[in-house]
Write a protein that binds this ligand. Structure first.
Ligand code: PGA
Length: 241
C-alpha cells in the first residue's frame, strides 16, 4: 500500500513545514519510508529531500527549460532527486484551468525524465451514469502510454472524484473498486501494466482502513495530511499493515 500525503498550499510558514515533516519522520519506521510519499509545496522540497522519505512535487511543466515564467521543469525536480510528481489534480484543473491534454503532455515529459507521475482523474459531479464517460475522456490523451517505449514505465493513477474531495463524503469502496477494475482492465488490455491505483477524497484515520482492498494499491490524502493527530494515526497503520 502507498500513502501519498498532499499538503496542497500548506503550511504557510517554513518553520511549520519543517516541524510537520519532522513529525512524519519521527512517526514512521524507516523500513516504511518507501511506501510513503509526501507532496509539500515546491519551496519546501529542497528542505526535505535529504531526509529519505520520497517526495512528490504537486505539479511540473511540459517543457524541460526555456522562457516559461513561473513554471517548474521536470529536469529541476530530477536534479533535486524528487521521484514523483502529482499531475492533473482537480484543484489545478479548476483554478489553473489545466486541460486533459496538458496534463497528458506533462505526464509524458515527466516520464521521459524518469519521474513517476501521480495522475489524478475523477468525475466532477456525483452522477453515476456519467462517471465512466467522464473518466475515460480524461484519460484519452494518455494513449501515448501504449507506445512500446513507455510500456515499462511506472505510473500512479489516482481516482479522486471531485465531489468527494474535502467534503467528508468519501466515495464508497464498492464504487471505487468498480472504477479500479475498469481502469486496470483498460490499461492492461493495451499492454500497460506497471500502474498503481490510488483512491483519494475525504480519507482520514477513521475511514482509511475501510478502503483496504486488493483492487486499491494506495491512497492520496489531503486535509488529514496536515493534522498531526491524524498523521500519527495514519502512520501507525502504515507501520502496522
Ligand atoms: P482530501 O483531499 O483528503 O482533503 O479530500 C484529497 C486530495 O485533494 O488529494
Amino acid at each position: 500500500m502507498f500513502f501519498v500525503f498532499n499538503w496542497k498550499m500548506n503550511p504557510t510558514k517554513k518553520e511549520e513545514a519543517k516541524s510537520l515533516f519532522d513529525f512524519y519522520c519521527q512517526n514512521l519506521e524507516r523500513k516504511n519510508f518507501k511506501k510513503t510519499i509526501i507532496a509539500p509545496p515546491f519551496l519546501y522540497l529542497p528542505l526535505f529531500f535529504k531526509k529519505g522519505i520520497p517526495l512528490a512535487a504537486q505539479n511540473c511543466f511540459y517543457q524541460g527549460k526555456g522562457p516559461y515564467t513561473g513554471e517548474i521543469s521536470p529536469l529541476m525536480l530530477k536534479s533535486f532527486q524528487i521521484k514523483y510528481v502529482i499531475l492533473g489534480h482537480s484543484e489545478r484543473r479548476k483554478y489553473a484551468k489545466e486541460t486533459n491534454e496538458e496534463v497528458a503532455k506533462k505526464a509524458k515529459v515527466a516520464i521521459e525524465n524518469n519521474l513517476t507521475p501521480i495522475i489524478c482523474f475523477g468525475e466532477e459531479k456525483k452522477e453515476k451514469n456519467l462517471r465512466e464517460k467522464n473518466i475515460f475522456s480524461q484519460l484519452k490523451p494518455f494513449s501515448f502510454l501504449f507506445q512500446k517505449k513507455f510500456s515499462q514505465k511506472k505510473i500512479f493513477l489516482a481516482y479522486e472524484p471531485v465531489w468527494a474531495i474535502g467534503t467528508s463524503l468519501p466515495c464508497p469502496l464498492v464504487e471505487v473498486e468498480r472504477v479500479a477494475l475498469k481502469i486496470k482492465k483498460f490499461f492492461s488490455q493495451r499492454g500497460f501494466t506497471n500502474y498503481f491505483f490510488l483512491y483519494g477524497g475525504s480519507l482520514n484515520s477513521n475511514n482509511i482502513r475501510n478502503y483496504y482492498s486488493s483492487l486499491v494499491d494506495g491512497f492520496l490524502i489531503g486535509g488529514a495530511s496536515l493534522k498531526k493527530k491524524e498523521v500519527k494515526k495514519i502512520l501507525t497503520l502504515v507501520n502496522n499493515p
